[in-house]
Design a protein around this ligand. Sequence first.
Ligand code: NCD
Length: 305
Amino acid sequence: MRHLIDITDLTVSEIDGLLEVADDIQKRPDAYFGLCRQKKLATLFFEPSTRTRLSFEAAMLELGGQVLGFASADSSSAAKGESVTDTVRTVGCYADIIAMRHPKEGAPMAAARKSFVPVINAGDGGHNHPTQTLTDLLTIRLEKGRLESLTVGLCGDLKFGRTVHSLLTALSRYAGVSFVLISPHELQVPDPIKRALTEKGVPYREVETMEDVLPELDILYMTRVQKERFFNEADYVRLKDSYILTPEKLTLARPDMAIMHPLPRVNEISHRVDDDPRACYFKQVRNGKFVRMALILKLLEVKGP
Ligand code: NCD
């Protein structure tokens, strides 16, 4: 039985295969309808979510399966002190596959070890978010036609942004990718991730100003400052508006630079950017459902059409 806890649980060729399937689903969704008839997905969300939970549910419904679950910790027995391992063992009696989001780093991994059914990490604290990465990779492939030889700027909260961590790990496995890490000093990428980049010989540099590096980027991946991970409200208030992307700043960028964001956006991309043809964040939302359909099929070992 396979789980998806960390993006490295998938080989590069498995990732490429999932993106192929997701692309095919997008082109001919009807061929996939009904493949998960009589299967159930449980979404166990101990933390808020809009896109991730609903795209998982939409994905299963589009495959002809059914969904059950909860959208907050206080509506489950976690509020009574139940452990995640007992919760997944229980839910495994009712569902064939579980997508779990949890504020504690490592909770989905601990759950997977005891689970009777595949567990997908739908975001664990400030750690990882592998299915957002599949969404991001599909978007990059569709926009740029490749995952190799790209200069990728990541901007904002690179310390607590779990989508950033998984995306850095994933893209560092493709040849010729280099990173420009744009953040305030306090919100830099954690050292273990930087060490892994260095060990693999992946070029990266850290800067504090977005404008200086915009002209060289193929992709700009904006992120929200992760308020819920701060110990101190004053630090959040000081850092939250460190970067705001505007049409004026975008005059510095290449005409084909893809602007990405996992969403939700707070202030970091002006709404005036939304009509720019380079804005891809709502395309990411759409792609999220297709990659999750492909992932559910893979983990449930359901043959394609
Ligand atoms: C992200 C998350 O939950 O980490 N959202 C998402 O899943 N699309 C990003 C965020 O919350 O800032």
